[in-house]
Write a protein that binds this ligand. Structure first.
Ligand code: GLC
Length: 546
């Protein structure tokens, strides 16, 4: 596989992007309507979260039919029109493939429940549950009808894990990928794909909620290679990314090194756990900058040395918005948003923009638990209050950590419901919409900066191709790295704090060219001062050696 490293991906959450029917749910026609906006931003590819038929227990990650469109989102004809319109604008679509599990409303599961042995072997059934913990709370096994058996669900109990050891399951899933390939899609994002290869014999595993029994197993690599060969690997132009749960650099090198023919790149989440207390999500803590910096360096250098490729991102539909999380947004929203953007767009890997990041959207600032819809958040609230937290304490944590933070409707303008829908939105609009919306932000500093970053990646091979090396590794507030490509060097400095900081600039960069910064009039000298949330990238074409 040869991946086009100049491409930038935009993650679009269809349910919350643009509603054209007034049912409160975004739809494919809404996406078609807004494609010119995304073309103006300059992105190449859109990753769409699931829009397949689904009971929506987990917002579409509980798929009940892999090859159809949920009527709330539109029709197959709409889908085809969307792909065609994208093609005209130079935008491809990357679909979300949820192949680790399916909904218990899927006909496979229903037939299995009715006693069909062929379909029972599509799932992971046991006489006794193991002690594994579901990622959404509680035990990971649920009674399989009244058979006396239990089925595995690593996520919600309506999301039954599929048995990849069964070749018939694999064949069915290859067909799904090929179905969408034939519809002209240009890429695939594979949901929690490092969990598909469970141990052959499933046993209690008290370590880390049972994760070692089913995460990054060697057989997982075999399954991905087989999937590759039977589907997307047959077309070099397709782009693939795997979402990797609790993974390692070594495994991600194996998943993405082109020689192995597995995937093009991987998402990992380690850098988004730096504000977890004792590794636990449902806690509150200021982010640990040094941990963040070290993680970026470990992944940047490790993947580079091993010939792997990272997907670079700050926010997705499962994370609160990075801007609300890492930046003093009251005082420095523009500076913080642009610095965060540069810190990944200038790094080694493929950058992803999550919808609304390009206009500096914030977490919604909901007031009450009833504003939340996400099943993980609601479960977490129950678990927290049952284990002794007051409702107020639990709500304060939900407010910071809930996945709904990123899922609120796209803010298009200052009209009611932010111009997202004429009906009642399925999830409330964020409080900031009257000030922060596309109408007011387009051609503003954040949007323009994103355009510039996308353009630079296309123009400068050092950004798309260059190596990655850690720089200023002892700084307490600057995340810095150096790229190198064919005699050129690029130094990228990112101040993660509102406090300005002075740095001694290495001699060779003092006569360099400022490739991009979110502050004007930068003068390079032996000492420079980075202002609040300043990002600064300095290019030298012919390094002076002393
Ligand atoms: C992934 C998705 C998340 C979903 C889970 C189960 O982590 O990104 O939204 O809940 O998989 O499918």
């Amino acid at each position: 596989m040869t991946i086009d490293k100049k491409k930038v991906v935009y993650q679009l959450y269809p349910k919350s992007f643009k509603d054209t029917t007034g049912n409160g749910v975004g739809d494919l026609r809404g996406i078609i309507e807004k494609l010119p906006y995304l073309a103006e931003l300059g992105i190449d590819m859109i990753w769409l979260n699931p829009f397949y038929p689904s009971p929506q227990r987990d917002n579409g990650y509980d798929v009940s039919d892999y090859t159809a469109i949920n009527p709330d989102f539109g029709t197959m004809e709409d889908f085809e029109k969307m792909v065609a319109r994208g093609q005209e604008l130079g935008i491809g679509f990357m679909l979300d493939m949820v192949l680790n599990h399916c909904s218990t409303e899927h006909e496979w599961f229903k037939k299995a429940l009715l006693g069909d042995a062929y379909y029972q072997d599509f799932f992971i059934l046991r006489d006794e549950p193991t002690d594994w913990v579901s990622k959404f709370g509680g035990n990971a096994w649920a009674p399989f009808g009244d058979t006396g058996k239990y089925y595995l669900h690593l996520f919600d109990k309506t999301q039954a894990d599929l048995n990849w050891r069964n070749p018939n399951v694999r064949e069915e899933l290859y067909k799904v990928v090929n179905f969408w390939r034939e519809k002209g899609v240009k890429g695939f994002r594979f949901d929690v794909i490092n969990l598909i290869g469970k141990d052959e014999v499933l046993e209690d595993c008290p370590i880390n909620d049972g994760k070692p029994a089913y995460t990054d197993k060697p057989i997982n690599h075999d399954y991905l290679h087989m999937l590759n060969q039977a589907s997307f690997g047959q077309d070099d132009s397709l782009m693939t990314v795997g979402e990797m749960s609790a993974t390692t650099v070594d495994n991600c090198i194996l998943y993405t090194n082109p020689d192995r023919q597995e995937l093009d790149m991987t998402f990992n989440f380690h850098h988004l756990k730096v504000d977890y207390e004792r590794g636990q999500k449902w806690t509150q803590k200021a982010f640990d900058f040094e941990e963040l910096r070290t993680l970026f360096h470990t992944w940047g250098e490790g993947m580079d040395q091993g010939g792997g490729w990272n997907a670079l991102f700050w926010t997705c539909h499962d994370q609160p918005r990075a801007l609300s999380r890492f930046v003093d947004v009251k005082n420095f929203r523009n500076e913080g948003a642009t610095m965060l953007a540069a810190s990944i767009h200038l790094s080694r890997g493929t950058p992803y923009i999550y919808q609304g990041e390009e206009i500096g959207m914030l977490d919604p600032d909901f007031d009450s638990l009833s504003d939340y819809v996400d099943i993980e958040s609601l479960n977490a609230f129950d678990i927290m209050t049952e284990s002794g937290k007051t409702e107020q304490e639990a709500l304060a944590i939900i407010k910071r950590k809930s996945r709904d933070n990123a899922r609120t409707p796209m803010q298009w303008d200052a009209s009611e419901n932010a111009g997202f829908t004429t009906g009642t939105p399925w999830l409330k609009v964020g409080k900031s919409y009257a000030d922060i919306n596309v109408a007011s932000e387009k051609n503003g500093p954040i949007f323009n900066f994103y355009q510039e970053l996308i353009r630079l990646r296309k123009e400068e091979d050092i950004i798309s191709e260059g190596s990655y090396k850690a720089a200023f590794t002892d700084s307490k507030q600057v995340y810095a790295f150096e790229r190198e490509w064919q005699g050129q060097h690029l130094l990228v400095l990112n101040n993660f704090y509102a406090k300005p900081i002075k740095l001694d600039l290495p001699k060779e960069y003092q006569n360099g060219q400022v490739l991009i910064s979110n502050y004007d009039n930068v003068t390079l000298d032996d000492t420079i001062q980075l202002e609040a949330y300043q990002t600064l990238a300095i290019l030298i074409s012919d390094p002076v050696t002393t």
